[in-house]
Design a protein around this ligand. Structure first.
Ligand SMILES: CNc1ncnc2c1ncn2[C@@H]1O[C@H](COP(=O)(O)OP(=O)(O)OP(=O)(O)O)[C@@H](O)[C@H]1O
Length: 185
C-alpha cells in the first residue's frame, strides 16, 4: 500500500492514526464494491442491515479466504442484487482508516455497464436506479461524493479516507491515474 502512504502524506497530511495504521505492517481488510453504470444511470442498493444500514451503496462485502478479489466482487453482486456483470472492470481502490480500528479497509471498486438477470431485492439490499445527476449523496457514505465523479467518467482512482465515529469523514486524499501505469503516484 505504498501509494496509500504517499497519499496520506499529501494535501497537508492525514491525521496521525491514518499513517500509524498504514505503516503498522498489518494487512488491510479486503472488501469489494460493484457499481452498475449504464452510462446514464447507476444501480445502487439501499442497505437493509449490517454495516452502513440505511445508506445507498454499490454491492459488495468482504473477500473470503480462497477467492480472488474479482471473484468476491462477482459473488457479492450475485448474492446482494441477483445479477451477473457482463463487462466487470476495475474502477479504483479506496482505503478507509477508522480512528477506532487497528486495520485499514482496502475496498476494490469495480464497475460494469451491462449485466445478466433482473436486479431483485434481497435480505441485505433493495436495488434502485438513479440518474447520474440524482445520486443521493446525502444518504450515502461521506466519501462517495468525492470519487463518484471519477467513477462516472470512467477515470481510474485511488483514495485514502479517514473517519471518526465510524461515519464522520475527517480527511481525504484522492488521485486519478491510469491503471496501466505502475510508476509512483
Ligand atoms: C467508510 N466508507 C465507505 N464508503 C463506501 N462503501 C463502504 C464504506 N465502508 C464500507 N463500504 C462498503 O460497504 C460494504 C460493507 O459490506 P458488509 O455488508 O459489511 O460485508 P459483507 O457482506 O461481507 O458482510 P456480512 O458477511 O454480510 O456481514 C462493502 O461493499 C464495502 O465496500
Amino acid at each position: 500500500m505504498t501509494w496509500a502512504t504517499t497519499l496520506a502524506k499529501a494535501d497537508g497530511g492525514a491525521p496521525p492514526f491514518v499513517r500509524a495504521v498504514l505503516e503498522s505492517g498489518t494487512s488491510p481488510k479486503l472488501l469489494t464494491l460493484v457499481m452498475i453504470d449504464d452510462g446514464k444511470r447507476v444501480l445502487l442498493g439501499h442497505k437493509k442491515r449490517g454495516f452502513g444500514m440505511g445508506y445507498y451503496n454499490g454491492f459488495g462485502g468482504k473477500v473470503e479466504p480462497g477467492e480472488t478479489i474479482r471473484q468476491a466482487a462477482e459473488r457479492e453482486l450475485q448474492e446482494e442484487a441477483c445479477i451477473e456483470a457482463v463487462d466487470l472492470r476495475e474502477a479504483g481502490v479506496l482505503v478507509f482508516a477508522f480512528d477506532d480500528q487497528p486495520v485499514a479497509w482496502e475496498v476494490h471498486v469495480f464497475a460494469a455497464s451491462s449485466f445478466r438477470g433482473e436486479p431483485a431485492e434481497t435480505d441485505e439490499m433493495r436495488p434502485v436506479w438513479f440518474n447520474h445527476e440524482d445520486v443521493p449523496f446525502e444518504q450515502m457514505w461521506a466519501d462517495d461524493q468525492f470519487w463518484y465523479p471519477l467513477l462516472l467518467r470512467r477515470a481510474y482512482f485511488r483514495g485514502v479516507f479517514a473517519f471518526t465515529q465510524t461515519t464522520q469523514l475527517l480527511w481525504h486524499s484522492l488521485t486519478e491515474r491510469d491503471p496501466g501505469d505502475e510508476g509512483c503516484p
